[in-house]
Design a protein around this ligand. Sequence first.
Ligand SMILES: Cc1cc2nc3c(=O)[nH]c(=O)nc-3n(C[C@H](O)[C@H](O)[C@H](O)COP(=O)(O)O)c2cc1C
Length: 393
Amino acid sequence: MSNIVLGVCGSISAYRACDLARDLMRAGHTVRVCLTDSATQFVTPVLFETLTGNPCLTDTFEEPIRGRMAHIDWAREADLILIAPATANTLNKVANGTGDDMLTTLILAAQVPLVIAPAMNPVMYTHPETQASIPKLARQGTFFIEPTEGDVASGETGQGKLAPNSTILEAVQTILSKRELLKGKTILITSGPTQEPIDTVRFITNRSSGKMGDAMARAAKLMGANVIVVTGPTNIPALANATTIPVTTAEQMLQACRDNAEQADWIIGLAAVADYKITHPSDTKLRRSEENVNLTLSPNPDIIGSLAKENPTKKVVAFAAEPTEDPTYATEKMRRKGVSAIALNDISNPEIGFHSDENEITLILKSGDIHKSGRKTKLACAMWMLNILVENP
Ligand SMILES: Cc1cc2nc3c(=O)[nH]c(=O)nc-3n(C[C@H](O)[C@H](O)[C@H](O)COP(=O)(O)O)c2cc1C
């Protein structure tokens, strides 16, 4: 089945990782365990080696095969990395890209789904640094299995108990089952805002952060697709193992999409494309004066509508940022643009949308079916949406 690297940290619940390793093996997976130094104070490599039949790693400079860097080999051979239990220390280190032991180094070298199941004292869990790491991890595409509430070993009651092994196993199985759903498909995604120049130094744009487009690209990659991202200017780093085409204006975005549409099976438009551009941008910097300045705007091309018309056999999906959750206008927009589906984003709710790490989507299909995601991380929303699109060819 799959190769799973199980990371075990220095937590009281490290003992639960022994059963978890066996549960994963019973589900047909090969399990290799990487322990942090602190974890070895609670459980031993010998225990896991005997349970899994595979050597464990602990020290960064261990080389079970002489001359081969074990962290690279394990990272390349893994289908999924699961840290259970994850301590506050390791969780915060992973969120910040630290690689100062074998487990965190291995994670930095891997490009496979990472699942983190934390276990800690409730005060450590609610610590601002730990809480700040959680959305950071979500942005990096990490799957987070929330600890449960209850009494912990330190005598307190609160959120911090390692989730039940059955929950962790189910999450791993779900993630692995989706890995192949989009295998062989190429998905073209537009993302971010566009910038329309006023002169050589000024432009008009909008509040799009590109986070939802990035989440969609990550979700499509996690589900096995080849991904091409045509993105306006954002602060989001390019996704590894995907093609990223940076553009600035709506016209450049349309051209880049047209250049790549032929190889795409699906096209998903998440970019917040400026509806208007400056009709005659100045080719020098406009000087300040006491006079009023009138800027004339002309309509930009309808990117997703044009792509839908030019590619009638492909699945083309639009996003509609609307100040309402009423699907009437989005449904009309779907019909007008001739797309296969439209995802409605209610931007009147400040807790979701533009710069937020969470979203809530109403997905309207051409058939008239309406699906509601409920509040989820943007990555989870994207996976939910791709799943429905696979099931509704
Ligand atoms: C008895 C004991 C139990 C601990 N349990 C936890 C725990 O459940 N969660 C946690 O985040 N830290 C726990 N710690 C603290 C970590 O072991 C410590 O922060 C360590 O540096 C973590 O290292 P690691 O992340 O490399 O495994 C515990 C410490 C002790 C002494």
